[in-house]
Design a protein around this ligand. Structure first.
Ligand SMILES: Cc1cc2nc3c(=O)[nH]c(=O)nc-3n(C[C@H](O)[C@H](O)[C@H](O)COP(=O)(O)OP(=O)(O)OC[C@H]3O[C@@H](n4cnc5c(N)ncnc54)[C@H](O)[C@@H]3O)c2cc1C
Length: 338
């Protein structure tokens, strides 16, 4: 190969389109300008939060502790712990919230579902969260466990909007935050996209202070959804939920159930990577970072990461976004200064 043919002079001539070649010639400068985002870290103004699920075994507990330990230094706005609507993880959620609140110094949000439980049971959990110092609840309807044909007997919260109203009546001060779920690609059981947005509005009108979205891979879904949400008169922050892909096959299967579409480029990009997790992680971090960078370009300044109790991909994505542990930033600047 003739290197001269591919190494271009650095005096600027390479950036000038040649008039002797056809219009298809793209210079290096033009190619860089076409990148979806400039390759410089964003330095400020990005808030992040991390979602975990309660560990189910001693080894999972170690992984959980390791994950939390690596993400806490990023000073997230809050960390949240999921709550199994089926009932399996509810006690563990409360235990984990007690521990995290006491040990991390980061605000903790407790997820809470109301389906399949009486109002009294749900209210008891709200009180336990409050006793643990929680002042942020992610209020959800949840899904009935497969083996439960019907909701609990007695007085219940009918849906997430009713739950929000119940929580707000206990904590009227809006410094007690209530987040709710939102669905850029429409909840699979919603009658229509419009009905889904009306349902979101009911939750906000009942006292929710923000919404976190179901994860999505095509930013157009989020951006169009945001437009429709604002048109509907909803003004609270709508925070995109970001799912870094640890295992593409599992994510694709789960996406089918929760109504997240898989863009046509994804299976091709992740082909073979479930068997090469290290390479897969590099690719997944790039994808998540590109997704976030594009959203930043559209004015998004807050992200909620579904960590799946694995820190690497969220850490890498945050690093690219310029969200770093404060000690790392000062060590780097000292090294550069000396
Ligand atoms: C950020 C986030 C966090 C989550 N955390 C958890 C968690 O910790 N634990 C957990 O179990 N699940 C969790 N989920 C999943 C959530 O519980 C389900 O998506 C559930 O199906 C809907 O809950 P919701 O609060 O959005 O319900 P709602 O706001 O009450 O409903 C959402 C939409 O679905 C429609 N809908 C729901 N159910 C029906 C029905 N039976 N018939 C007709 N329409 C219906 C509503 O009309 C509305 O349009 C989470 C989801 C998100 C996005």
């Amino acid at each position: 190969m003739n290197l001269k043919s591919i190494i271009r002079p650095r005096n600027g001539a390479a950036d000038r389109p040649s008039s002797t070649v056809g219009p298809e010639v793209v210079t290096a400068g033009q190619r860089l300008a076409r990148r979806p985002w400039p390759a410089t870290p964003i330095r400020s103004g990005i808030d992040v939060s991390f979602e975990f699920f309660p560990p189910a075994s001693p080894s999972a507990a170690d992984q959980f502790t390791e994950c939390v330990g690596q993400l806490v230094p990023l000073a997230p706005r809050f960390m949240s712990v999921t709550y199994g609507a089926g009932g399996t993880t509810q006690d563990r959620t409360i235990e984990v919230i007690d521990e995290l609140g006491a040990s991390t110094g980061v605000p903790i949000a407790g997820h809470l579902t109301c389906v399949g439980a009486t109002r009294e049971t749900v209210d008891r959990v709200i009180d336990r969260y409050a006793a643990a110092g929680v002042n942020h609840i992610v209020a959800l309807r949840g899904d009935l466990a497969k083996d439960k044909a019907q909701d609990a007997q007695g007085e219940t919260y009918a849906d997430a909007a009713a739950l929000v109203k119940g929580i707000r009546s206990k904590f009227p001060d809006r410094s007690f935050e209530i987040s709710v779920a939102a669905y850029p690609e429409t909840h699979p059981m919603a009658a229509s996209p419009e009905a889904d947005i009306e349902s979101l509005k009911r939750k906000i009108d009942a006292g929710a202070t923000r919404a976190i979205t179901q994860y999505f891979f095509d930013n157009n879904h989020f951006l169009r959804f945001l437009e429709r949400v604002r048109k509907a008169g909803i003004s609270v922050p709508i925070v995109p939920g970001i799912m870094p892909v640890t295992n593409f096959t599992k994510v694709a299967n789960f996406s089918q159930r929760c109504g997240t579409s898989i863009p046509s480029w994804m299976p091709d990009l992740f082909e073979g990577l479930d068997e090469m997790p290290e390479v897969g992680n590099l690719v997944a971090a790039t994808v998540a970072a590109e997704q976030c960078r594009e959203l930043v370009e559209h004015g998004v300044r807050e992200f909620h990461f579904y960590t799946m109790n694995r820190p690497e991909l969220s850490l890498a994505t945050c690093h690219i976004l310029g969200v770093r542990p404060s000690f790392a930033r000062s060590a780097t600047s000292q090294a550069v200064a000396s």
